[in-house]
Write a protein that binds this ligand. Sequence first.
Ligand SMILES: NC(=O)c1ccc[n+]([C@@H]2O[C@H](COP(=O)([O-])OP(=O)(O)OC[C@H]3O[C@@H](n4cnc5c(N)ncnc54)[C@H](O)[C@@H]3O)[C@@H](O)[C@H]2O)c1
Length: 255
Amino acid sequence: MSEFAGKSVIVTGGAMGIGRAICESFAREGARVLCVDMDEAAGRKLENSVDEIRFHRADAASAADCREAVNAADGVDILCNNVGIQPIESYVRAHELSEEMWDRIQDVNLKSAFLMAKYAIPEMQQRGGGVIVNTASVQGLQSMKRVAAYAASKGGMLSLTRQLALDYAEDNIRVLAINPGTIETPLVRDAASAGGLSMEEARVKGAEVHPVGRIGQPEEIAEVILFLASDRAKFMTGEYVNADGGLMARGAWAS
Ligand SMILES: NC(=O)c1ccc[n+]([C@@H]2O[C@H](COP(=O)([O-])OP(=O)(O)OC[C@H]3O[C@@H](n4cnc5c(N)ncnc54)[C@H](O)[C@@H]3O)[C@@H](O)[C@H]2O)c1
């Protein structure tokens, strides 16, 4: 029997993309999964397709919504802070970025992880431990032009990961982060189309920069997250893992 059988898992931004794959992978292993997302239609569709997945509508940037989401779960063993946005309008330099856009990106990408942790950690303490896995990004380590708010939010996520790991090691709560490379999801499809590219063209372009010669699939990120959440990774905390097809191994000077 899987070690996740009967465990209670919360996944933010769980209705689509990487989050959806995380929900499905934990459900396949027998966990009870609460998919927390703003997209009611996509969330209900997922809930109706997999018995072990329940949908809870919430804006992960809202403290009240995060508190309700944790209350809606049947305890929390594993929290996946996966939600993240990178709106097309945010691809500008800092002096052109609106304060509202900056705030929204920090709130959804970073504050949501703090809020979910704040409400889920007491549940984990009561159960004698737990695991938090944060979805950060390779853009939290290195960057590209015109992504100030997103890059800052992901750098913050890596820092928050270390901090929570230090503060809650004594409670048997491990905290880890994953940095995906380019993964084929609605987020990437939208970014490609805003740049005038089809998904196929984005795949080809992505293949050129990822040393493995292709972009990733959501399930490949979910697999690593399940490992990090498992007892096989029980000596890991406060650390990040790049699941990026070798992207971070490549020097900027490499041809
Ligand atoms: N796709 C990539 O190439 C890539 C690369 C690195 C990191 N990431 C990170 O992985 C995570 C998932 O990305 P994705 O590509 O699957 O994104 P996506 O846009 O495909 O899916 C995101 C999900 O989050 C939900 N969501 C958005 N705002 C929300 C909010 N305020 N409250 C609740 N739910 C909300 C959406 O409805 C959607 O279901 C994000 O943190 C992203 O930054 C993605």
